[in-house]
Design a protein around this ligand. Structure first.
Ligand code: KG4
Ligand code: ZN
Length: 334
């Protein structure tokens, strides 16, 4: 089964054709750069850029892999969560294709796409597993009982981890999005340079909170001179990253142990973080847990993960109808 996957939930326009959920036949991603000067996503610009880019991207895809009703079997498209204007561009594009080509289409939850990035990247991953979804908009621990069968074990109370990276990058003048930039700088810094506080919770469970950490970084920087910050940029990044990594890894490993599950997978843009990958490998080895990360290009938003999830569900006979609409706050389990 060959599925065209369309992803336009935020500031990436992405298309991919995937065969049987794992073989990527072609893929294109356009990442918007227009938000950098505003230090964050401007929804109005995001949706307008989606409209400008989706047509040319479809043409590029068509040149790499001829798209026609007899070369693909269906269309999978992100229908939420995300920015409503951005989502509507991909969703309506998918509906147009499905109608014109008389092909089935299916709406896919973006968060499920991040889980399926692991399915796409490694065919040795088997359910059940614990999945940490860690992106610009979400931070949650999901128990994947089977593909498409989930229990949400915990999530962030405020900011997502990627959001914390982006906000701290902004404080440090590193541009937007700043996760990758902090990650590279952290590689050359001392993680013990400054101890940023960890969030503490009165109730148990697998919880995250990053807004306090972001404030702690802001307070720390307040009385520092520009030259001090410049001299210790790598150390500050490494100290911030060490704290984020610990705040992500510890509850995920605990969730696996508490549920007697010996496989952990990570998904979402922050799963590209080198410090996070290294620490997961170290802690998982110590606990005899297998850990999976998607290929780097499938951590951040892409069309292949949507096609992979779409393929899996369409093989089970699932279809959407033309009344499907974009749902900005679509939960993983509805
Ligand atoms: O999954 P994604 O592309 O979009 C959402 O669904 O939100 O994730 C984007 C987020 C941004 O916050 C970006 O700063 C972060 O992922 N990110 C990283 C790295 N690469 C991307 N954060 C930390 N380290 C990285 N290497
Ligand atoms: Zn995402």
């Amino acid at each position: 089964m060959r599925i065209l996957g369309i992803e336009t939930s935020c500031d990436e326009t992405a298309l991919a054709v995937v065969e049987d959920g794992r073989k990527v036949l072609c893929e294109f991603v356009y990442s918007q750069v227009e938000h950098a000067e505003f230090g964050g996503i401007v929804p109005e610009i995001a949706s307008r850029q989606q409209i400008r880019k989706i047509g040319p991207l479809f043409q590029a895809c068509n040149e790499a892999f001829p798209l026609a009703p007899n070369t693909i079997d269906g269309i999978a498209v992100t229908c939420g969560p995300g920015l409503v204007g951005s989502l509507l561009v991909g969703l309506n594009f998918a509906k147009g294709l499905a109608y014109g080509w008389e092909l089935p289409f299916l709406g896919i939850n973006h968060l499920e796409g991040h889980i399926f990035a692991n399915y796409l990247s490694d065919d040795s991953i088997l359910s059940p597993f614990i999945c940490l979804i860690v992106s610009g908009g979400h931070t949650m621990i999901v128990k994947v009982n089977d593909w498409c069968d989930y229990d949400v074990l915990g999530s962030t109370r405020d900011d997502a981890a990627g959001e914390a990276y982006d906000k701290v990058a902004k404080l440090l003048g590193l541009g937007y999005p700043g996760g990758g930039r902090i990650d590279s700088l952290a590689a050359g810094g001392d993680p013990a340079f400054h101890r940023f506080p960890a969030a503490k919770f009165k109730t148990g469970g697998y919880q995250f909170s990053f807004s306090g950490l972001k404030t702690a970084v802001a307070m720390y920087l307040k009385d520092k001179t520009e030259s001090f910050i410049g001299d210790h940029l790598a150390d500050i990044c490494a100290s911030f990253q060490a704290r984020v990594v610990d705040m992500l890894v510890s509850p995920t490993i605990s969730a696996a142990k508490d549920h007697q599950i010996n496989t952990v997978a990570i998904g979402g843009g922050v799963a590209a973080n080198s410090g996070l990958r290294r620490e997961f490998e170290r802690r998982a080895a110590a606990e005899k847990i297998r850990v999976f990360f998607p290929d780097l290009k499938y951590c951040t938003d892409n069309g292949a993960m949507i096609a992979a999830a779409g393929c899996y569900r369409m093989q089970r006979g699932e279809r959407s109808d033309f009344s499907l609409t974009a749902t900005p706050y679509l939960p993983l389990i509805s």
